[in-house]
Design a protein around this ligand. Sequence first.
Ligand SMILES: N[C@@H](CCC(=O)N[C@@H](CS)C(=O)NCC(=O)O)C(=O)O
Length: 247
Amino acid sequence: MEQQRKDAYDLNLFAKRARMRFNPKPLFPIAIMLKVYGRVSSINVQKVIWCLEELGKKEGIDYERIDAGLQFGVNNTDAYLKMNPNGLVPTLVDGDFVLWESNTIVRYLAAAYGVGNLLPANYKTRADTERWMDWSLATLWPTLRVSYLGLTRTAPDQQNIPAIKKHYQDTTKLMQILDGVLADKLYCTGAEFTLGDIILAVAVDRWVTLPAQFPEVLGALPSLPSLMAWHRRVTSRQGFLKLHQTA
Ligand SMILES: N[C@@H](CCC(=O)N[C@@H](CS)C(=O)NCC(=O)O)C(=O)O
């Protein structure tokens, strides 16, 4: 399988170079090995797309994204459930290897295709970035999710406004922790952008943008200057901008 993947990679590279030189359409159809199932509006799909872009992968050339979830369906079909019995998105298919769980997928991608520092080689820095990934998955997002889904995916007459407000305030307390950490750091583990920044940023961006969308429920965005400076830094990256180009 390794050889097959290497061959596909070489083939892609050859086709890419040929295209750059002559600029016509590819001479032969290229089998794209990496497929991501999931709608780009999903926080967990966004992690995977952002990670792929950080790894220099381009949609339509190096990876394909197939809409699935919510209005697109797909995730409830037998074929999909065979790949991912949870019926959730994202699912990654890399040749004959199928993987679900967004944080595990980005760890896999960074290990398999890693260039640079997304998953640091130093085991302490790596544990540091993985800590932020796990904190975001297990603590930050479950808290904010109540406010986010309550406001954006629930009919107004079904919304539990006290729960939405309380969870937004609880999230703000968690954001204060991050604001403190970022007071003397460019990124969550130090001077380098890592996976932890991607996983945190997709949640932090929702916390930042919600009050402007629902001021009557949430009031003004709390002031956390270090967090906001980091938010501007990470959301200006091409990988983040890509999420909104395809939304
Ligand atoms: N722990 C899973 C959670 C996956 C998940 O909850 N995905 C949501 C979207 S963010 C989903 O599939 N919702 C159903 C849908 O979109 O139809 C992961 O991180 O991949």
